[in-house]
Structure formats: structure tokens, C-alpha cells
Design a binder for this molecule. Structure first.
Ligand code: 4YB
Length: 465
């Protein structure tokens, strides 16, 4: 049965199970009662510093317990929360802050934020107890805009996607009908809160009244030893299994998503005793839309409760209770689209009641008159045992218009031997114009930072080679 909240979820749990552990980090733990008190104090503190209803607070920080306090206290005070990637360049950060017209900013004391450089930052907030405690008069209204989450489609400026608590909770409720997450379980905040995959962890925790574990400074591998649940992008799981002195005694299940999930990866994880769930989702739908327990097929499962999905000319269209309120521009929430359904730009098909993602419409290009869907070629390359990540991109070519090249992360160095080996392998697997004409090694500076490598940045880098 689905839980409905008649008050802020943390207050709900503080009443239902006051002494149950809600939050843990390092050696410290907070019960729901303690957490609710803390949030109340910080919310009052924010109000004293001038935060008003519907104002926007930008947080520029890596995950930490403070970020959780800030998120919950901002919501409690009636404000809106947006997380920004702390690894953005000064220029990108300024652009995003300007685009969002934030009222306040928060960043950790020890961060390298360059505040003295002349640019006008919004007023800085701090997490402080109030000087004169006074009840914050905002009441729980799940339909009000609560969070903005940046999403950078493959082209142009990132967009700020607005969600209310209702759609986040609907997203959590639907996923947790399939993927068991008990109140005694704990989910590691293993992805950034500025991305929908991290934000979704928080709302599953709030929905279930379970435990949230904040990453320690020890690294993912250590932290994963202490939790039952985690969300990972495939490359994280890959690295984890590669460095495998892991003995995942407590880890019950891992939710994967964000990019193509190779069957070989979930198979390897299963052998290491990790139960994997495969998900397909997007920011506009508050994370996961389809899911399944990993099996021998490369599909992304079936539609979760609370979501609707259909294919139109091969493109995935979605709607439902988890759909965002809109995009944020000029201090206004604009509808996501004119249509009732949101068009994802993902191409897919159904097989035996399972959805298979084929690639993105906007990644397609034409070489020698042939339509090339890069993801199709990537899939073949990924099946090669020495390749663990790959992007196929077009480069300009006077004769053919465009031709595919591959940017790869490989188990051993990409030398002449491996390049020859990959060339031979692709000759057997792929026809003519679809074969990459050159292989590049994936530069490490592009894989750092966000959770996904941007094809646009990769293309820029390629143009400089
Ligand atoms: C995919 C894809 C897939 C997305 N195959 N392309 O809680 C979760 O669901 C979760 C757990 C672990 C890791 C990530 C997640 C996410 O939320 C991912 C959501 C996401 O990536 N949102 S996004 O807005 O940044 O990008 C959406 C796009 O990503 C989609 O439109 C697809 O193109 C792609 N994608 N899952 C292949 N399983």
C-alpha cells in the first residue's frame, strides 16, 4: 500500500518511529526525531537570514550531510532547492547562476569558491541555529515546486527541471513497489545530489522512512561495505568490480542506470554476490521509468507503477505522476512541452514486453549516405573484452560527409596492437561505413566530474586532436 503524507515526510517518521535511525555519516547517527528537530532549527535559521517562500537556493557542493540539512531546511522554509555541480568551471557556474537568477547560494566553508573575483554572487546562506526560535509558518504542500535539477541534453544550455514533492514521492513509491527497500535498510547517497539519480535516493529514503548513509571520505568501495542499497552508473560498478577486494556482505541490491548497462557487467556483479537492478530514466521523470532485476537480456525492463510510456515512430514518449512540473526560466515554470506526452529523444523498441533502448535520436549521423546510430556500434565494441567504455562520434570527411571514430577506455593501453586488434574485430562484426576509421583513448579529464561524459565535450575535444 502506498504511503500518503499529511505532513513533511521527516515529521511523519519522527512521529511514527521517533527513535529509528534516519541518517548516518562517519560514526554519527541521527534518529528521525533528532533529524526533524535539526531541520526545524536550520529552517528557522534560513528564514532569519531572509529566505522567503518560493525563493531559490543554489547549493554548490559535493555530497555531504550539510547538503541534506540544507535541502530539507530549504523545503521546510518554503524555498526551492537547486544543486549545481561543484566541478563546473567558474565561467559555467556564473552562467548557470545567472540563468537561474538564484536568490541565495550555499557552499561549504572550505570550498575553493572564488568569491573575491568581482562577480556578483547571490547572498550566501549559512546553516545556523536561529537566534530567536520561532515556528516557520509554511505548511506541507506536496504540489508546490520544491526542487530544480539541471539536465544537460546533448545540445545547448542545461535546463532546470522543476519537481514538486508529489512527483518525487510518486517516483519513489513506484520503484519501491518492485525493488524492496525496508525501513531497516540503508541506501548510500552514492550519486551527486545535483543529479536526479542522487536526488531520487533522498526521496526513496523519505518515502520509506529508512536510513540514508552519507559517503565518508573513505571512498565508495569502503562505504559500500556498510549499506544494503546503492545507486550506481555502470562505470562505477565496473571500477568497483575491477578493484575487487570487495566482500559485499551487507549489500543487498544495486540500482543501475543513466547509460547502457552491459549484460556482462551485471553478470559479473551477480557472481560477486551483488543483486543488480537495471533502470532507464531521465530527469524530467524524476529518475527511473522502467526497471527490472538484471537478467541475461540487454533490455531495461518494463514500465514502473505511476509512469506511462509509449513509442511513437520509435521514440520513447512518457508521462504520469512522476513527470516534472516544467522547466525554470525567468523565474517562471514553463511546461515541458506543448504535447501531453514528453518526447525523450530516446529511440527504443519492445521485445517480449521488455523495452530496449537503441540510442538517442540526436546522436544519429550520416556517413556515405548511410544512417549511423552510434550506440549500435558502441554496443558491438563494448562486447570486446578489452573495452569498458566507448563513444562513437562523427568527424567531418570531405568524401563521405562524416565518418565514425571511436573514443575508448580500455583495460590495457590503446597501442598499435590493440588498435589493430579492434580494427580486425570490427571488420568481422560491422559493415563498411559503420566501422570506426580511427580509435582514440578516452581522456581522463572528461570522465571526471559529473556522472556522465558529455558527447558535446567529447566532440569539442576530438575537434582539437
Ligand atoms: C539510458 C539509460 C539506460 C538513462 N540505457 N540510456 O535512480 C535511478 O534511476 C538511477 C540509478 C543509478 C544511476 C542513474 C539513475 C538515474 O536516475 C539516471 C537518470 C538519468 O540519467 N537522467 S538524465 O536526465 O541525466 O539522462 C537521461 C538520458 O540518459 C535518457 O534519456 C537516456 O538517453 C539515457 N539513459 N538510462 C541507455 N539504462
Amino acid at each position: 500500500t502506498e504511503v500518503t503524507f499529511s505532513t513533511w515526510p521527516w515529521q511523519h517518521w519522527a512521529k511514527e518511529r521517533p527513535s529509528a535511525v534516519a541518517l548516518s555519516f562517519g560514526g554519527q547517527q541521527f534518529s528521525w526525531a533528532e533529524l526533524a528537530d535539526r531541520v526545524e532549527e536550520y529552517a528557522q535559521g534560513l528564514v532569519e537570514q531572509g529566505l522567503k517562500r518560493d525563493q531559490l537556493v543554489a547549493a554548490v557542493a559535493p555530497n555531504s550531510v550539510s547538503l541534506i540539512w540544507l535541502l530539507l531546511a530549504t523545503l521546510r522554509a518554503g524555498g526551492r532547492y537547486v544543486g549545481l555541480n561543484p566541478r563546473l568551471s567558474q565561467k559555467e557556474l556564473s552562467a548557470q547562476l545567472a540563468q537561474l537568477e538564484c536568490d541565495f547560494i550555499w557552499y561549504p566553508a572550505k570550498s575553493g569558491m572564488d568569491v573575491g573575483s568581482g562577480q556578483a554572487l547571490p547572498t550566501r546562506l549559512q546553516l545556523l541555529p536561529p537566534q530567536a526560535p520561532r515556528l516557520v509558518p509554511v505548511t506541507w504542500q506536496p504540489s508546490r515546486a520544491a526542487t530544480l535539477t539541471m539536465t544537460s541534453g546533448s545540445t545547448g544550455q542545461p535546463k532546470a527541471v522543476v519537481h514538486n514533492a508529489q512527483s518525487h514521492l510518486a517516483s519513489a513509491a513506484g520503484l519501491l513497489q518492485w525493488m524492496i527497500f525496508e525501513p531497516e535498510d540503508n541506501w548510500l547517497l552514492s550519486l551527486p545530489l545535483f543529479h536526479i539519480s542522487g536526488m531520487a535516493i533522498v526521496w526513496r529514503w523519505l518515502y520509506r522512512g529508512a536510513q540514508l548513509v552519507i559517503e565518508s571520505s573513505q571512498g565508495l568501495e569502503q562505504d559500500l561495505q556498510t549499506v544494503t542499497h546503492a545507486s550506481l552508473v555502470p562505470t562505477q560498478l565496473q571500477r568497483l568490480l575491477a578493484s575487487s577486494q570487495t566482500s559485499p556482505l551487507t549489500l543487498k541490491r544495486v540500482l543501475l542506470g543513466g547509460a547502457v548497462i552491459p549484460v556482462s557487467l551485471t553478470e559479473q556483479a551477480r557472481q560477486a554476490g551483488i543483486e543488480c537492478w537495471c533502470g532507464y530514466g531521465m530527469t524530467e521523470m524524476a529518475s527511473t521509468v522502467t526497471a527490472k532485476l538484471a537478467d541475461s537480456s540487454a533490455g531495461v525492463g518494463a514500465i514502473l507503477p505511476g509512469r506511462k510510456l509509449m513509442l511513437k515512430d520509435g521514440e520513447v514518449l512518457v508521462k504520469g505522476r512522476t513527470l516534472a512540473m516544467g522547466y525554470y526560466r525567468n523565474r517562471t515554470v514553463f511546461p515541458l512541452c506543448d504535447e501531453e506526452w514528453f518526447a525523450t529523444k530516446d529511440l527504443a523498441d519492445w521485445h517480449d514486453e521488455e523495452l530496449f533502448i537503441r540510442g538517442r535520436k540526436d546522436n544519429m549521423f550520416i556517413a556515405g549516405g548511410e544512417n549511423i546510430q552510434p550506440e549500435e556500434i558502441e554496443k558491438v565494441l563494448l562486447a570486446h573484452p578489452e573495452v569498458h567504455q566507448v563513444f562513437v562520434l562523427p568527424v567531418e570527411d570531405t568524401e563521405y560527409g562524416q565518418r565514425p571514430v571511436a573514443v575508448v577506455a580500455t583495460t590495457s593501453e590503446l597501442d598499435a596492437r590493440l588498435e589493430g586488434e579492434l580494427g580486425d574485430y570490427m571488420k568481422q562484426q560491422v559493415m563498411g561505413f559503420r566501422r570506426p576509421v580511427k580509435y582514440f583513448s578516452l581522456p581522463s579529464h572528461l570522465s571526471a566530474g559529473g556522472i556522465k561524459i558529455s558527447r558535446r565535450q567529447l566532440a569539442q575535444w576530438l575537434a582539437e586532436q
